[in-house]
Design a protein around this ligand. Sequence first.
Ligand code: 2PG
Ligand code: MN
Ligand code: MN
Length: 550
Amino acid sequence: MLQKFPAFTGVNGPVVVIVLDGYGIPKHHVGSAIDAARKPTLERLFAECPNITLRAHGTAVGMPSDDDMGNSEVGHNALGAGQVYAQGAALVANAIAEGAIWQGEAWQQIVAGAKAGANGKAGTLHFIGLFSDGNVHSHIDHLKAMVLRAKEEGVATVRIHALLDGRDVPETSALDYVLPFEAFLKEVSGAGFDARIASGGGRQTITMDRYEANWAMVARGWRTHVLGEGPQFASAGDAVHGLRAQHPGTIDQDLPEFVIADEGKPVGTIEDGDAVVFYNFRGDRAIEITRAFVEADFTAFDRVRTPKVTYAGMLQYDGDLQLPKRFLVAPPAITDTSAEWFSKSGLAQFACSETQKFGHVTYFWNGNRSNKFEGETWQEVPSDVVPFEQRPWMKAAEITDAMIAALRSGQYRVLRCNYANGDMVGHTGHFRAATMAIEAVDLALARLLPAIDAAGGVALITADHGNADEMFELDKKTKQPALNPDGSPKAKTAHTLNPVPLILYDKVSGGRLGLQPTEHAGLSNIAATVANLLGFDKHPKWDDSLLTLK
Ligand SMILES: O=C(O)[C@@H](CO)OP(=O)(O)O
Ligand SMILES: [Mn+2]
Ligand SMILES: [Mn+2]
């Protein structure tokens, strides 16, 4: 049980944390859908409520450097745990730099598995993952290091299944990664070593679905990588050129799948006796494809053929489910999260989002655990399966309905929700849709806040990282939009490095409560702030509360 907070006996009603996913504070007006959106409720909150800014990127959320943007995994981990852990990006980079990854049993089994093969024939070592240096799900440098090490250790054949990004990196940058990498593979191949890209496709088209929003994506990825089915090209470079010509205007993340073939024969299907490394370190979009490889009684789609392979994830993606059993680098061991300690203190908790962000407010919030703590209720609102620029309101209204019902039930002392709009629509690169996304969230807040008042509660309104705050690539010097050949502004689809807001919405204390701005205030300070609002002291491991009392 948490200790009582002697300075303040707490708010009697519920304490609600509202995460506006992808809502950063813009540095420039040009290209900011946050600035352009009509948002009377948020503007009133900024004018009338205590509010400060929080760091949501770089080392403040456990990324290797302050050049790394924030993302939902590290952001929600910090929000829920109240602590900052070195995250996958940093853990893998260190394991490679120090060489510990090669000494691990998992890497040795992967190499041994590929070398042993099956039926008297050596196997192939396959790497599947996001093909960029975005450092949100993966980093291409990790892949490069593994290819070189595999060669050194005598693996004869390497095949890469490259998921094109354009979501954590510029929207049409695939060739900046594909061409140098194919040149690198050519250079290291020869004399008993043969490494090539074998298949791929846009990350929003194949393989990297999350939270079971759209299994068809994973089925399509399986057919591409494992069975070698799909449009054929001679190289990945050709594939990107060819697919762009066939699908004008399609950005990298949405490009269809491709298979590399020599004279009609795919160069890298996955067969019995092969080894497979899924080299993303982040879990949400790695879990479904991992299940397809490792689950004996898998039923989510027809795999047609299930090769017997030695499979490893870069990390273990789900500790509760032990998925997968074999992993190259141990994930951060996140313990003593706020949900665990609020549960141990006897508080009932409610968490809600739509499918696309459901795991963010549950699994990431609880330190990458898929099981609930006692007294937690989780509610998922099914997301649409459409390009989100076509439905920028997403499920903001339905999440609000669920939150209002939970507040009215009087059952919960701590509630949390995530509005996906600013982020998911921000990633599409559609400026107008992104302003509508923010407007939808503003409307939702206008409905939710009175329900918090009616319950005698308070809210902390924040975000996990920026996205809709920068919708154009800006020229580094002039700060004006970079232009496409047709003169339109070049869209920016990635997260940003901007800080996020923290607003304290409080109609119950008569103005006694405030927020302390500090130079280092970040997402990990919110758990302790919530504890204080509830009348508890923070857990000793949590970063400091930002609550001030008059
Ligand atoms: O869509 C995703 O997977 C990431 C971007 O790569 O976004 P978020 O961290 O907001 O989930
Ligand atoms: Mn996010
Ligand atoms: Mn995002």
